[in-house]
Design a protein. Structure first.
Length: 546
């Protein structure tokens, strides 16, 4: 009986084409994730050297301008392993027995995330426990653009080989333990890959930023969800001298949210289809808050966590990130709220090559559905914080009554048989600093306040009936002057907007002196802005309906 023939990849050009194709859309920073995970997995596999386990991300000891990922107590990268695993497109050992350690990275993660973006590729050094010498090899592009391990003349063996002898290793090699070092070589010897990774992993991308290691540390903190199975440390260097200052331990994003970088943290559990989900939310510390550090801080976003890792698109546009949070129901200071949807690790999921998306079979997990579920289960503490961060406005009730009258006079009347043209939730009086003196009871507003979640009428029905939205006043320079949140049926007016401040200053300048009560000026300015906005919204809705 003849056996079937297995499809194989033997053509170097086919391998190169495959790597280049899969690398499309994979950011270079993902190589940092791949090499770190590889180091962790190497340590977990080698249970015989558990007392030496550790992963370091530091500047290389030979090439000070290159980033190096070092693992001790892991596997020895022998010539056989090079041939059978590293220099192939097969599995590179992400399993202990039949148990998958972390995400199944298909054995080519480091190759597809780095080789197409760095012609000098990756330099590997490895030495076995108790040995005096090890070997090294460099995976890079050949002059004709194919990926290979070049043959190098070895002084010890006095011949050319792809695995010459290596006699120098980092000081992080523990007590003669098995050690493997991977150096990111970039496109040329002069290129500072440590600086390049640190800057690309940072929130800021100015020419003077990067080099300290905080960007790399922050990236790994936000990439790993739970504490890694072995210690992972990042070198933090002096900006001016480049000297090592300390080693920072990576504990993961959940620790950042619950203990280190946030002032409020909570969980919401729910189920979608067959997925058990825990939504972790946190409010990130501001400058001035106890324990705040600019090197630890981050802007808010939404992400999915699975099997110890966080999946999010690090290249996502800030406006798209803000929309995600708005869809979750966070419409005030969204840049300070972090929401991570953790999926039960017992669920079998697949990932995309760029490690930003998760799939149930071939079906991508849609974050929009997760956002909607969070909105339906919006936590009270987060709701209270949203209200506390609205700007006080003593005349909210009177203003909304006047706006309702203005819009009615402009022709926006409730249709026959429709609901009232004045949305009762819009008459809410914002909690102010003076309210807090009365233990949260606002004497101007009898009875409990209605929350947005308590409203029963849909936003579409409210628009059809010309119901006034809830008007929220915020003080946030990062937000636009006016923003309409359809799902919450709320209009945010930003009193910190340069447009608002400029218009207010222009009116005062034209008057020559403040001859009106400032509250009256503010009242009329807000009135005009809200009326014009609602006129545009109602008119657009009418046109769309027609």
């Amino acid at each position: 009986m003849k056996q079937g023939y297995l499809i194989q990849t033997k053509d170097p050009q086919a391998v190169t084409n495959c790597i280049n194709l899969m690398a499309t859309g994979v950011p270079k920073e993902m190589a940092l994730r791949e090499l770190t995970i590889n180091g962790i997995e190497a340590c977990v596999r080698n249970i015989g050297e558990s007392d030496s386990h550790g992963v370091w991300i530091v500047k290389d000891h030979e090439r000070k301008n290159k980033l190096s990922v070092i693992n001790t107590g892991g596997d020895f990268l022998s010539e056989k392993v090079f041939k059978d695993s590293l220099a192939t497109l097969g599995m590179t050992g992400n399993f202990v027995g039949k148990e998958q350690i972390l995400d199944s990275n298909k054995g080519i993660g480091a190759k597809i995330s780095y080789l197409p973006k760095a012609s000098l590729g990756l330099l590997y050094r490895s030495i076995e426990k108790g040995e005096q010498f090890g070997i090294y090899g460099q995976m890079c592009k050949s002059p004709d653009g194919l990926y290979h391990l070049p043959s190098i003349f070895c002084l010890y063996e006095e011949e050319k080989t792809s695995w010459p002898v290596c006699d120098t290793f980092s000081v992080y090699r523990k007590r003669g333990a098995t050690t493997t070092e991977v150096v990111c070589m970039g496109n040329e010897e002069e290129e500072d890959t440590w600086l390049d990774f640190d800057k690309n992993c940072s929130l800021r991308k100015a020419t003077t930023d990067g080099g300290t290691g905080y960007g790399i540390f922050r990236y790994l903190t936000h990439r790993l969800w739970s504490a890694p199975q072995v210690p992972v440390r990042v070198g933090i260097y002096e900006k001016k001298t480049g000297e090592l200052k300390r080693l920072a331990g990576v504990k993961g994003l959940q620790d950042f949210m619950a203990n280190t970088g946030c002032k409020e943290y909570g969980e919401v559990k729910f189920k979608l289809d067959n997925l058990n989900i825990t939504a972790h939310w946190a409010i990130i510390k501001n400058a001035g808050d106890a324990g705040y550090s600019s090197n630890w801080s981050a802007s808010g976003y939404t992400a999915v966590a699975y099997k110890g890792e966080v999946y999010s698109d690090i290249s996502q546009h800030p406006m798209s990130i803000k929309k995600d949070l708005n869809d979750c129901g966070v419409i005030v200071k969204a840049d300070k709220v972090l929401i991570v949807f953790e999926i039960d690790e017992k669920t079998e999921l697949n990932t995309s090559p760029c490690r930003t998306m998760l799939y149930v079979g071939d079906q991508k997990i849609d974050k929009n559905i997760l956002h909607a579920a969070f909105r339906e289960n919006f936590p009270q503490k987060l709701k209270d914080w949203q209200e506390q961060n609205q700007v006080e406005n003593q005349n909210s009730k009177d203003l909304m009554k006047q706006i309702a009258k203005d819009l009615k006079e402009m022709g926006f009347r409730t249709p026959p048989g429709g609901k009232s043209g004045v949305n009762s939730a819009a008459l809410k009086v914002t909690r102010t600093s003076s309210d807090k003196k009365h233990n949260g009871k606002n004497p101007a507003n009898k009875g409990p306040k209605k929350s947005r979640a308590a409203k029963k009428i849909s936003s579409s029905a409210n628009l059809r009936n010309y119901a006034n939205p809830e008007v929220i006043y915020i003080d946030d320079e990062t937000e636009p002057l006016l923003k309409f949140h359809f799902r919450d049926y709320a209009l945010c007016l930003n009193v910190a907007s340069p447009v608002y401040r400029k218009r207010r200053a222009r009116i005062i300048l034209q008057l020559g002196e403040v001859c009106v009560v400032r509250e009256t000026l503010e009242y009329e300015l807000k009135r005009k802005m809200v009326i014009h906005s609602m006129y545009a919204i109602f008119s657009s809705n009418e046109s769309y309906a027609e």
